[in-house]
Design a protein around this ligand. Structure first.
Ligand SMILES: [Zn+2]
Ligand SMILES: [Zn+2]
Length: 136
């Protein structure tokens, strides 16, 4: 299914701006924020506005097309929409996908509360930054 058909299947009008935003997220696996997406796409789409980018990302996230990654003061976006966890490096700020299975928690109760999913973010020093430190 191409992007146009995919958006239509979610009842989202496939405007060129929406298509480009979705395809940007599919090809940039770096978990960009809205400002980064806007700064890159404005070169091809001169009429694009930052609020269109925000609204489109919200709409995609609400329809399950993309994931939102909520860090302390920022929200990042991810075109890979399957459940997975994230890791943010405290030094370079890069956002990584990490595979940790929390299925053992699913449907369990903690303090009487039923667990459906885990949305936390892991933080630390990424493998690249560790290597740079060792070289010094
Ligand atoms: Zn790093
Ligand atoms: Zn991710």
């Amino acid at each position: 299914m191409n992007t146009k058909e995919l958006l239509k299947s979610k009842n989202i009008k496939p405007t060129i701006q929406r298509i480009k935003i979705y395809e940007y997220l599919k090809t940039h696996k770096t978990h960009p924020d809205a400002e980064t997406i806007y700064a890159d796409l404005i070169k091809e789409l001169p009429t694009l506005s930052l609020s269109t980018v925000y609204n489109t990302l919200k709409e995609f996230a609400n329809n399950g097309l993309i994931l939102e990654v909520f860090a302390e003061h920022k929200t990042y976006f991810d075109g890979y929409n399957q459940p997975h966890n994230h890791y943010i490096c405290d030094i370079c700020g890069k956002v990584y996908d990490i595979n940790i299975e929390f299925n053992f928690l699913k449907k369990k109760k903690i303090s009487g509360h039923l667990i459906k999913k885990f949305c936390g973010i892991f933080r630390g020093i990424c493998s690249e930054c560790q290597k740079k430190r060792e070289q010094k």
